[in-house]
Write a protein that binds this ligand. Structure first.
Ligand code: ATP
Ligand code: LTN
Length: 335
């Protein structure tokens, strides 16, 4: 508990360009959580290094992700928004927890297997111990809740296992975190292949709407979206393409899918796709404008980074000190 509130922790990797899926499925839902929880949202730049990054581009991407968090509506005063790499306790606890994690457990992680297959030329140890760093992120802040997608469920389970193992030996050191799914988050699918989720690492750029796409691009991508046979705008298993577009329309306008279906009764796919594009633009445009404005506010952003780094480090170091003491590491003599 911090300030009588339960603690919530999440973050995104600073790689790739965020998609509408990332926004509607994660970022948008984070915005109001601070009313109930003490929230920490990290830019997970250490995790990004498990895949080779181009330094200049990476530096920009990481900073821009932090700015995007704010542009999307996360208040930097009410949430602790910070860079993982600015708080050394993450790397330190990660090492300590490595010594409480088994090779067998890590070998079972499906994300490791997938990423190893995808980057066969660079199966580094960081990729293998990725979940241990994620466990450190969460446990350092004594998080009660962790909003994650289903794909990260296995990583949260190993986090709980590591924490329980540690607590079993040394007493109650870590809070055991739970996944937070909130209200059913939208699962947005690729515009080119509704069998797949919309993903920032998709090679087909027409399958994803990126948060920074301009209106013309959004209209073009929506127009090109694959549709189903027939001409009726209706939700259904036999219509995955139209159903996906209906869901996007519904989340962006706040209408229910049924209301959306009524709006387009008797109208063709063409009109519908254009309306979907307009709905997306009306959600993304204000965020893009705010992002553009914040990019120019260098001093303001630097101030936020400094304040929040400090706040994160305060809580993280508190846990780290406790862990080191429990492990029997000698303390640095005070002057
Ligand atoms: P990558 O392609 O690099 O694996 P991704 O686009 O699938 O990335 P993640 O970085 O794995 O996204 O996820 C960041 C957050 O966005 C997670 O909370 C995840 O659940 C959410 N998210 C990602 N894609 C979608 C989607 N299509 N619909 C809803 N939520 C999504
Ligand atoms: N692995 C997560 C990103 C991530 C994370 C975390 C999420 C790293 N550390 C701690 C929640 C809590 C992903 O790829 N979405």
């Amino acid at each position: 508990m911090i300030n009588d509130k339960k603690v919530l922790y999440s973050g995104m990797q600073a790689t790739g360009n965020l998609t509408l899926g990332n926004y509607l499925g994660a970022l948008k839902n984070w915005v109001s959580l601070n009313e109930e929880y003490e929230c920490f949202f990290g830019v997970m730049d250490l995790h990004s290094l498990t895949v080779r990054q181009e330094p200049a581009d990476f530096r920009k991407k990481a900073r821009n992700l932090l700015i995007l968090y704010i542009a999307a509506g996360l208040s930097p005063e009410k949430n602790c928004i910070y860079f993982q790499s600015h708080v050394p306790a993450h790397a330190e606890l990660s090492w300590l927890l490595n010594c409480f994690t088994y090779m067998g457990e890590l070998s079972r992680m499906t994300q490791f297997k997938d990423k190893a297959a995808k980057h066969a030329d660079n199966i580094n140890a960081g990729l293998f111990t990725y979940p241990v760093l994620m466990a450190a992120d969460i446990l350092l802040y004594q998080a009660d809740y962790v909003p994650i997608g289903r794909d990260q469920q296995q990583h949260l389970e190993i986090t709980r296992d590591i924490a329980e193992r540690f607590n079993g030996i040394y007493g109650d050191v870590f809070t055991i975190p739970e996944a937070y799914y909130g209200k059913a988050g939208a699962k947005i699918r690729s515009l080119q292949d509704p069998a797949k989720k919309m993903s920032k690492s998709d090679e087909n750029v027409n399958g994803s709407i990126y948060l920074m796409d301009d209106p013309d691009t959004i209209v073009r991508k929506c127009k090109r979206a694959v549709t189903d046979s027939g001409s009726e705008v209706r939700y259904g298993e036999d219509k995955p393409g139209i159903s996906n577009l209906l869901e996007i329309y519904s989340v962006c306008t706040g209408k229910t899918v049924e209301e959306a279906e009524k709006d387009f009764a008797g109208k063709g796919y063409g009109d519908f796709k254009l309306a979907v594009a307009e709905a997306v633009i009306s959600v993304l445009k204000p965020m893009q404008d705010e992002y553009g404005r914040l990019l120019k506010e260098k001093d303001y952003i630097d101030g936020i980074i400094r304040d929040n780094d400090e706040k994160a480090a305060y809580f993280a170091n508190k846990t780290l000190r406790k862990v080191k003491k429990k492990l029997g590491l000698t303390e640095m003599p005070r002057k």
